[in-house]
Write a protein that binds this ligand. Structure first.
Ligand code: GDP
Ligand code: MG
Length: 442
């Protein structure tokens, strides 16, 4: 897999400051191969690898991830980005029935998809009507009727024996029928050919012109691989479409077609269809598809975990340093107090922010003069005493209290508070305070 090959490429890289130009080139080669294996079209592969190289150049070597993981992470992020980030939703008509027209080659899965989509819409509370406009293939109308029955959605079709219908007229009539029978979504199934041909394109174009759909969905078989680009371009030019549906994702196609079509036509993939069952249908998820194209879902999970563990380790280290081996001094303590004071003077502003009320109360109770006193006491200590408060015996206490204009009891109280704070931080560092630190995965 790509991750194995990248791991080989980067065998010697751990700990270097920046990815070298040679490493980046080697990486780009591996990514190129992986994408071609996933059936991504060559021009798209070139553009994509160039973008990855560009981004990798600016990147520091991560402390959390090994370089191979780091590159995979970048590749994955870019893939998700190109595949569309968030999924685009269907656009519904403001008035009258929403019209969704399906277009694509014969065998792409339009008729199957029409019924799946109808079921999905029904589950969203819509009342769809299926429309049979493939009057080319002898059995096509019947196939849609069978599928319609499976999902409990009515099918509008030309009357049998009424001669061969005209698909444009059927499509037009179906809108009137939907209005009359109060269906709010009309799904128009159309004819396709095995290859792109002018007559079929014209027919689809005519249907489009007649019913002015809210969405034209280009339905494409994920298995057609490298042909996806030319087919998509032909349909974009011949009919035009707003979104893409990828079918037969239950097969072993890696889904490179999704990346090719998205990159070349700029149209979003909206739905994914993956099986013969009517429920094998879902919104398209760019992150899942990216994982599939790279063929490394496990690797991505591992990367996520590695980063999480690294963050936790960093936090633990920071707390330990603060608390351990006498590192936390009275100077640190004073600094903390001063930070709290800064917050305190902000308490009025914070009180006006939603959700900050609770902090405002806590800060308002903080006695400003108390901090002044703490400051005076600590500043009356020698640096050695601040570093190591254990030095502060009876005579030193007296000296400090005099120097700061406070009572000996104030000095005692301060040392107690400091010891409390230190103990708390030690606890934080020794676990407990940092939940969820499981064992390193993998
Ligand atoms: P159309 O010519 O575009 O209307 O395509 P059909 O809906 O008739 O589908 C062609 C063939 O592909 C049929 O045998 C379907 O059962 C099958 N098919 C459609 N969608 C899927 C899918 O998502 N997965 C699988 N495995 N087969 C599918
Ligand atoms: Mg069909």
């Amino acid at each position: 897999t790509l991750s194995d090959r990248l791991a080989d490429t980067f065998k010697n890289l751990r700990g270097k400051g920046r990815l070298s130009e040679a490493d980046i080139d080697a990486t780009a080669r591996e990514i190129r191969i992986a994408l071609l294996e996933a059936d991504v079209a060559l021009p798209v592969v070139k553009e994509f690898t160039a973008a990855i190289k560009e981004r990798a150049r600016g990147e520091e070597v991560s402390q959390a991830l090994n370089p191979a993981q780091q590159i995979v992470k970048i590749v994955n992020e870019e893939l998700v980005e190109i595949l569309g980030g968030e999924t685009r939703r269907l656009r519904y008509a403001k008035t009258g029935p929403t019209v969704i027209m399906l277009a694509g080659l014969q065998g792409a899965g339009k008729t199957t998809l029409a019924a799946k989509l109808a079921l999905w819409l029904k589950e969203q509370g819509k009342s769809p009507l299926l429309v049979a406009c493939d009057l080319q293939r002898p059995n096509a109308v019947n196939q849609l009727q069978v599928n319609g029955e499976r999902v409990g959605v009515p099918v509008f079709a030309p009357e049998p024996g009424n001669g061969v219908g005209n698909p444009v007229a059927v499509a037009q009539a179906s809108i009137e029928e939907a209005k009359r029978t109060l269906h709010d979504v009309v799904i128009v199934d159309t004819a396709g050919r095995l290859g792109v041909d002018a007559e079929m394109m014209q027919q689809a174009k005519d249907i489009r012109a007649a019913v002015n759909p809210d969405e034209v969905l280009f339905v494409v078989d994920a298995m057609i691989g490298q042909d996806a680009v030319n087919t998509a371009l032909a349909f974009q030019e011949g009919v035009g479409f707003d979104g893409v549906v990828l079918t037969k994702l239950d097969g072993d196609a890696r889904g490179g077609a999704a990346l090719s079509i998205r990159s070349i036509t700029g149209k979003p993939v909206m739905f994914a269809s993956a099986g013969e069952k009517m429920t094998d249908f879902d919104l398209f998820h760019p992150d899942r598809m990216a994982g599939r194209i790279l063929d490394m879902g496990d690797m991505l999970t591992l990367i996520e975990q590695a980063e999480k563990v690294f963050d936790q380790e960093q936090a633990a280290k920071a707390a330990e340093k603060l608390a351990g081996k006498g590192d936390f001094t009275l100077d640190d303590f004073l600094q903390q107090m001063q930070q709290i004071r800064k917050l305190g003077s902000m308490s009025k502003i914070m009180g006006m922010l939603p959700g900050m009320g609770q902090f405002k109360d806590a800060l308002a109770n903080f006695d400003e003069r108390e901090i002044d006193r703490i400051q005076a006491i600590i500043q009356s200590m020698t640096p050695a005493e601040r570093d190591n408060p254990k030095l502060i015996d009876g005579s030193r206490r007296l000296r400090i209290s005099k120097g700061s204009g406070t009572q000996v009891s104030d000095v005692n109280q301060l040392v107690d508070r400091f010891n409390e704070a230190k103990k708390m931080m030690l606890q934080l560092a020794k676990g407990g305070g940092l939940p969820g630190m499981g064992p390193m995965p993998g």
